[in-house]
Every structure is written in structure tokens, then in C-alpha cells.
Design a protein around this ligand. Structure first.
Ligand SMILES: NC(=O)C1=CN([C@@H]2O[C@H](COP(=O)(O)OP(=O)(O)OC[C@H]3O[C@@H](n4cnc5c(N)ncnc54)[C@H](OP(=O)(O)O)[C@@H]3O)[C@@H](O)[C@H]2O)C=CC1
Ligand SMILES: O=C(O)C1=N[C@H](C(=O)O)C[C@H](O)C1
Length: 270
């Protein structure tokens, strides 16, 4: 089979660099374009050099339309407004759109979902095998433990992260809510400050830490009577997300247009 051509949008970002490095090391794929926003200082620079590799001859462009017309898939770890725009372009080009961007609200998802009528969209708050396996374990644990066990999701990320709680924290909270058969939107407590009153039975709490260079640490705590169970994941390198995104693109290549998640890619659905 011919190599899948991949475009990296947000190419000068932390994940953009990790994706360019992953594509250069993985079989079955090749980089076809690197896109940044108009006015970015990265425009016109060699994206291999920006990613810490040797020059690869692909200069960063702000012409997403032309890039999407000559690619099979787009790897998108940018920002919510940008991902909405890229979803429209990916649908027009009828290609694969892997969305790792977090901080997407319901309005963003409502704008992105129609794109899946024409594009093959894979969206996940975390593209790593480990976190998606953790989510499956959390679902099981939440189904096995009753509301005597309080569920809290704790996350820590680097000081540059702009959204909170993290996309992964929501993914894990959703897994817990699914296991317990409750609606996360109705039962989640996303922050606590001041005189909060006692914790409500059955709520799922979120706590956020930010600092330093932490790539991504997540724990789901089941705090029960006289015992506590903690399920955790510690990301050691952004390559786990980047390689997961490339695998998602390869998986989606021969699928029908639709909206998929990493659970589909990794075969982790019950
Ligand atoms: N799902 C997963 O597995 C993971 C998800 N993420 C998520 O990915 C996203 C990016 O993270 P990270 O790489 O650390 O962030 P960065 O800020 O380092 O990178 C984002 C890049 O996207 C660029 N960008 C923003 N808007 C546009 C646009 N319209 N067109 C082209 N490029 C654009 C930014 O440019 P500029 O700086 O000029 O704004 C920046 O270079 C975040 O939402 C993060 O939470 C991160 C890791 C794993
Ligand atoms: O912004 C990050 O860095 C990360 N974002 C994702 C999230 O919000 O969960 C995934 C990963 O933890 C790193």
C-alpha cells in the first residue's frame, strides 16, 4: 500500500514537533505539509529543523487549503477555533482528520460533528494507549464500586497549558460516569473554593495542578470507607500522543466517513 501523506497543523507547537518526529520514524506514512497560522514566525522555516531534526525540505506554510488538497490526513493539536476551521476544510477535502486539541466545548463539538459526514474524524483528549486502557479500567472500577466510594480525578500538567481540567481528565471522568451510569454534566464538581459545604454523595470531583515541565499526570481516586483505590497514568514523553495520532490516521484511512475515538482505534470498546 502507498504511504499515507500526513499534514501537521500547529507544526511549530510542542505537539507539532513531536508529530513531525513521529512521522519521520514510523512506517507507512510521510509528511506532506506543515501548517501554522498566518503571521507565525515559523512560516517559511524548514519544519524538520523546527522539530529538532535535519532539514526535510518542507517549509511551514499558512495555506491550509492547498495543504489539505494534497494530503490523505491531518494531525491537529492546535486550539478549539482552529480545529473547527480545519474540520470544515478536512470535510471539503474528504480526508482523515485526527483531532487531539483539548478544551473543546459542546459548541465546538457541535460544529465539528457534521464534518464527519464527509471526513473520517478521530477525536480524543488523549491519544496514548496507556490512558485509553486506564479509561477502560476506570469504567470497570466505577461499575463495581457503589456511591460509598467518592470519585475524584486529579491531573497535573506543565505551566504552559491553557485549558483546565485537561481533556484527559474529562475522558476519565466520562469513563467513571459511564461505569456508574450517571450523567457527568449533572454530577461533576470542576473546582472548589471557599465554604463549599460537604461533598455530595455520587459527585465526581476534578482537581487541577499546573507547573514546571510535567507532560501529563492523571489519577482517578476511589475514596471509600476505610480504603482508597488509585488508578494512575504518568506520561514520560509526548511521543506517546504523537505515535497514537499517527496510528489513528492509519486506522481511519480505510474507514467510512464518521466520528471515531481512540477506543475504536485501539479496540477498547466493551
Ligand atoms: N489528545 C492528546 O493526546 C493531546 C492533546 N494535546 C492538546 O493539543 C493542543 C496543543 O498542545 P501543545 O502542542 O502543547 O500547544 P502549543 O501551544 O505548543 O501548540 C499549538 C500550536 O498550534 C498553533 N495554532 C493555533 N491556531 C492555529 C491556526 N489557526 N492555524 C495553524 N496553527 C495554529 C499555535 O500557534 P500560536 O502559538 O501562534 O498560537 C501553536 O504553534 C492542546 O489543546 C493540548 O491540550 C496535547 C498533547 C496530547
Ligand atoms: O496540553 C497538554 O500538554 C496535554 N493535553 C492533553 C489533555 O488536556 O489531557 C493530553 C496530555 O495530557 C497533554
Amino acid at each position: 500500500m502507498t504511504e499515507m501523506r500526513l499534514t501537521v497543523v500547529g507544526a511549530a507547537g510542542r505537539m507539532g514537533g513531536a508529530l513531525i518526529r513521529a512521522i519521520s520514524q514510523m512506517e507507512g506514512v510521510r509528511l506532506s505539509a506543515a501548517v501554522e497560522r498566518a503571521g507565525s514566525p515559523a512560516i517559511g522555516q524548514d519544519c524538520g529543523v523546527l522539530a529538532g531534526l535535519q532539514a526535510n525540505g518542507i517549509v511551514v506554510t499558512d495555506d491550509a487549503l492547498a495543504a489539505f488538497a494534497a494530503t490523505d490526513g491531518v494531525l491537529d493539536f492546535t486550539a478549539p477555533a482552529a480545529s473547527r476551521h480545519f474540520a470544515e476544510l478536512a470535510a471539503q477535502a474528504r480526508i482523515v482528520h485526527v483531532i487531539g486539541t483539548t478544551g473543546l466545548g459542546e459548541d465546538d463539538l457541535a460544529a465539528i460533528r457534521p464534518a464527519a459526514r464527509h471526513a473520517r474524524v478521530v477525536q480524543s483528549g488523549n491519544m496514548s494507549l496507556g490512558v485509553n486502557l486506564l479509561a477502560a479500567l476506570v469504567r470497570r472500577a466505577a461499575a463495581a464500586l457503589d456511591e460509598d466510594f467518592d470519585i475524584e480525578v486529579l491531573e497535573m500538567h506543565h505551566r504552559h497549558k491553557v485549558d483546565a481540567p485537561s481533556g484527559t481528565a474529562y475522558l476519565l471522568g466520562e469513563a467513571a460516569a459511564t461505569g456508574r451510569d450517571i450523567d457527568l454534566g449533572e454530577r461533576s464538581v470542576r473546582s472548589r473554593d471557599g465554604f463549599t459545604g460537604e461533598r455530595k454523595r455520587g459527585d465526581i470531583g476534578f482537581a487541577t495542578l499546573r507547573g514546571g515541565t510535567v507532560i501529563g499526570d492523571h489519577s482517578v481516586i476511589f475514596a471509600g470507607p476505610l480504603e482508597t483505590i488509585t488508578l494512575s497514568h504518568h506520561a514520560q514523553d509526548r511521543q506517546i500522543f504523537a505515535r497514537g495520532a499517527v496510528k489513528a490516521a492509519l486506522w481511519a484511512r480505510d474507514r467510512k466517513p464518521g466520528f471515531y475515538t481512540m477506543e475504536d482505534v485501539l479496540g477498547l470498546r466493551d
